[in-house]
Write a protein that binds this ligand. Structure first.
Ligand code: XMP
Length: 519
């Protein structure tokens, strides 16, 4: 089955990914390409429609991002959004100018002409605007379809099926935004809404089977949702010819090494090689206090352990006449877009280490079954694959684990203290029904000792900070206003149950300027 595709050309708007996500929400497949993509690249995807995104520049600037104007002649319907409207206006002979007043935030738009883009929508639309330029003269053949009190808000050339709006239908504040995008993708472009989880699973399994043939694959499991879903999908395709490697790096959460193994083997039927390398990691971490150095040590050690294990599997398969040729990775779509974005990869604030040391001499080829998906879509697929909630809904956990939550040196003793405190935080947040609502919630062990009193005894012990944040994607975050009663329970349980901690504080820093992790 051929899936209908909408291509979104990115002019650098912070909302571009949202356009793709919204369209996918009604089961139409959409991909983001940089606006500089060649006509051939666009045509290769056989798009049923093209969306031109918003962007931070002015179309009349000398170095303004531009798409090949021939994209307007492909024959596929076009929808311009914000900068997209200005791009269409500018390139087809209209005029765009800087407005006296920026339109930013909520606005009311009046529909002034009938167009299939606004079909079924009210005459007044409640929308979200964010622009400083506006169209002042429309190109020949275009009609005004909507306006605000002061500016052009929508234009269309029905004969050429080119539509554009000045507002942002992809933003939740635009109340009828989804209907508008549906009108475009389904009614105007004629896309079929068949990009369902079931369709994704079937086509991915078929593709992996074709790619791998009779070959073997390995996969590094972190216990998190991405690598687990990737592994389960590939296992559906090639069964036992997938071997997963799960490494205990000594800085996992309490009992996690055992729990993840049993879930992966017993509930998901995966073929798992579990390696307890905690001593190896902790000895390398001895004396290391710098956060970036910790990441480097853990990253390098992970690659070394993974390499050793992969080689063992490789040798075993080879002696039976087979060869491991594939490495499964849980790369997601935002990473794919980021690496090809017009803005280029964003600045690295912390060097994130992710699973996947490639044993170079094995010349493994990559399988990335999730590279078309956003995180919420991965969860949807995981659910459809019958994976348990405890994996699907897991909060993100950093590759370097508790090491970046133990400030100062990481020792076995400090790991054990933090594991106990962390488990109380997670337990209580789950009991309060807030685990899925907060993005991440955890404890941090500080290199600060303070005086306390317990019974009649003076204590002098460690301080622990509680961190709980709300976030959409981890890029920005707000500290979560956890109920005082919950904080009270967490604090008193930690102090009475965890030996070595006598003071608990709550972190009320947002990101930016803080980061989610303390290191
Ligand atoms: P920060 O602390 O930069 O974290 O606000 C943003 C998100 O990334 C996670 N994080 C990491 N994940 N390796 C990872 O795989 C790392 O080194 C790393 N550092 C931070 C963090 O938990 C949050 O979800």
């Amino acid at each position: 089955m051929d899936t209908s595709t909408i291509v979104i050309l990115d002019f650098g708007s912070q909302y571009t990914q949202l356009i793709a996500r919204r369209i996918r929400e009604f089961n139409v497949f959409s991909v983001v390409l940089p606006c500089t993509a060649s006509l051939e690249q666009i045509k290769a995807l056989n798009p049923k429609g093209v969306v031109l995104s918003g962007g931070p520049c002015s179309v009349y600037d000398a170095d303004a991002p531009a798409a090949d104007p021939k994209v307007l002649e492909l024959g596929a319907p076009v929808l311009g959004i914000c900068y997209g409207l200005q791009f269409i206006t500018h390139h087809l002979g209209g005029r765009v100018e800087s407005a006296d007043q920026r339109e930013y935030g909520h606005a009311t738009v009046s529909v002034v002409a009938e167009t299939p883009l606004f079909h079924g929508l009210p005459a007044e639309l409640d929308v979200w605007m964010s622009h400083g330029d506006h169209a002042v003269e429309l190109p020949a053949g275009f009609a005004l379809t909507a306006k605000t009190a002061s500016a052009v808000a929508g234009i269309a050339n029905e004969a050429r099926k080119i539509y554009a709006v000045q507002f942002h239908p992809e933003v939740a504040h635009t109340r009828q935004g989804m209907e508008l995008l549906k009108n475009f993708a389904i009614d105007i472009c004629g896309c079929s809404a068949d990009w369902t989880p079931e369709h994704f699973i079937q086509s991915t399994v078929a593709r992996v089977q074709e790619q791998v043939g009779n070959g073997h694959a390995i996969c590094g499991l972190s216990g998190g949702v991405d690598s687990s879903v990737a592994a389960v999908l590939v296992a559906r395709a090639i069964g036992d010819r997938l071997t997963c490697i799960f490494v205990n790096n000594g800085v996992l959460r309490k009992d996690e090494f055992a729990k993840v193994q049993s879930t992966m083997r017993e509930q998901l039927g995966l073929n798992v090689v579990a390696v307890d390398a905690s001593e190896r990691f902790l000895s390398k971490l001895a004396g290391v206090t710098d956060p970036e150095q910790k990441r480097k040590v853990i990253g390098n050690e992970f690659i070394a352990v993974f390499d050793d294990e992969a080689k063992k599997i490789f040798e075993a398969e080879k002696s039976s006449g087979e060869e491991i040729a594939w490495l499964v990775q849980g790369t997601l779509y935002p990473d794919v877009i980021e690496s090809s974005s017009v803005k280029g990869p964003s600045q690295t604030i912390k060097s994130h280490h992710n699973v996947g040391g490639l044993p170079a001499d094995m010349k493994l080829k990559l399988i990335e079954p999730l590279r078309d998906l956003f995180k919420d879509e991965v969860r949807r697929i995981g659910r459809d694959l019958g994976m348990p909630d405890e994996i699907i809904d897991r909060q993100p956990f950093p590759g370097p684990g508790l090491a970046v939550r133990i400030l100062g040196e990481v020792t076995a003793e400090r790991v054990a203290i933090l594991q106990e405190a962390d488990q109380i935080v997670v337990d209580e947040i789950k009991k309060a029904g807030l685990y899925k609502q907060v993005w991440q919630s955890f404890a941090v062990l500080l290199p600060v000792k303070s005086v306390g009193v317990m019974g009649d005894q003076r204590t002098y012990a460690n301080t622990c900070a509680i961190r709980a944040v709300e976030s959409e994607d981890g890029m920005t975050a707000d500290w979560a206003p956890l109920p005082y009663e919950l904080l009270r329970t967490i604090s008193s349980r930690i102090i009475s149950e965890v030996r070595g901690i006598n003071r608990v504080v709550y972190d009320i820093t947002s990101k930016p300027p803080g980061t989610i992790e303390w290191e």
